[in-house]
Design a protein around this ligand. Structure first.
Ligand SMILES: NC(=O)c1ccc[n+]([C@@H]2O[C@H](COP(=O)([O-])OP(=O)(O)OC[C@H]3O[C@@H](n4cnc5c(N)ncnc54)[C@H](OP(=O)(O)O)[C@@H]3O)[C@@H](O)[C@H]2O)c1
Length: 256
């Protein structure tokens, strides 16, 4: 039977890359995005039209009712959830030094990246536990954090704090769910070419190609992240949980 996946933020960027690869590998995939009309995601929409196993759920993970809607829709249609990819995330609307960052921006970024991710994980985890208790297969959870989980950027501190929090969500749920055979993993992307980084393209071009910030001198692509998600999703790491994989062109290596 085809395995069933939820990919939050699966309509654009990294999430869409994950959706494409999972669908190609025979998963039934529910992509979550906030826009009511799928037409607002032209590339995703075109892909969905040609792939019956790609579905769309309009939901904002910040909102409890919407999170319930995600789980109810998938359970009603498929009767199980085998994989949750917590990918949806936002950057601050405006980059501001931490000496000027506003409470509003902190609430927005933590509301999506941290609170939304935590409570959707809680909801799906409880659903997966019920599945295990009924003798069905256990699930897998993959969190998409960031190099910002442990790298300081003083002009988007709220984003760094939210991603450090996502890394703790990985540890907490890996620990709590191990007894049920539900493994939890984390992928830490580096600089990936998506809408999120389009506003700082010149800055990162300079860092990558002229300043040598990365051992592997290129932008990351959504496909780079998707391949790691697929390896976890296929169950190729059965004796690992709470494991973090850096997909960052070697950014995390301390260099002299
Ligand atoms: N790009 C990078 O360099 C980079 C590096 C490290 C980590 N990351 C992380 O990777 C993830 C994906 O990033 P990306 O670059 O692909 O971002 P992106 O291009 O901005 O896409 C974000 C996706 O998340 C969805 N989303 C945003 N807020 C949501 C909410 N409240 N509820 C449901 N869906 C929501 C968006 O849908 P809508 O269009 O409906 O808003 C969109 O599908 C994020 O968690 C990001 O922090 C990115």
């Amino acid at each position: 039977m085809a395995r069933v996946a939820i990919v939050t933020g699966g309509t654009r960027g990294i999430g869409f890359g994950i959706v494409r690869l999972l669908v190609k590998n025979s998963f039934i995939v529910y992509a979550v995005g906030t826009r009511e009309k799928e037409d607002d995601y032209p590339e995703f929409n075109a892909f969905k039209k040609n792939n019956n196993n790609c579905k769309y759920i309009c939901a904002n993970i910040q909102n409890a009712k919407d999170r319930q809607k995600i789980v109810d829709t998938v359970m009603r249609n498929e009767k199980s959830i085998d994989l949750l990819v917590n990918n949806a995330g936002v950057a601050p609307k405006e980059r501001n030094d931490i000496l000027k960052m506003t409470e509003e921006s902190m609430d927005f970024v933590l509301g999506v990246n941290l609170k939304g991710t935590f409570f959707l994980t809680q909801l799906v985890a409880n659903t997966m536990i019920e599945q295990v208790e009924k003798g069905k297969s256990s699930g897998i959870i993959v969190n998409i954090s960031s190099i910002s989980s442990d790298t300081s950027s003083v002009n988007r501190g709220e984003y760094c704090i939210s991603k450090a929090g996502v890394s703790m969500i990985t540890k907490l749920f890996a620990d709590r769910l191990a007894t049920y055979g539900i493994n939890v993993y984390e992928i830490r992307p580096g600089i990936i070419d998506t809408d999120m980084t389009s506003t700082v393209k010149e800055k990162y071009d300079e860092l990558i190609f002229n300043k040598g910030i990365l051992p592997l001198k290129r932008w990351g692509k959504p496909e780079d992240i998707a391949k790691a998600v697929l390896a976890f999703a296929l169950g190729l790491f059965p004796y690992s949980t709470g494991t973090v994989i850096d997909i960052d062109g070697g950014f995390h290596i301390k260099r002299l």
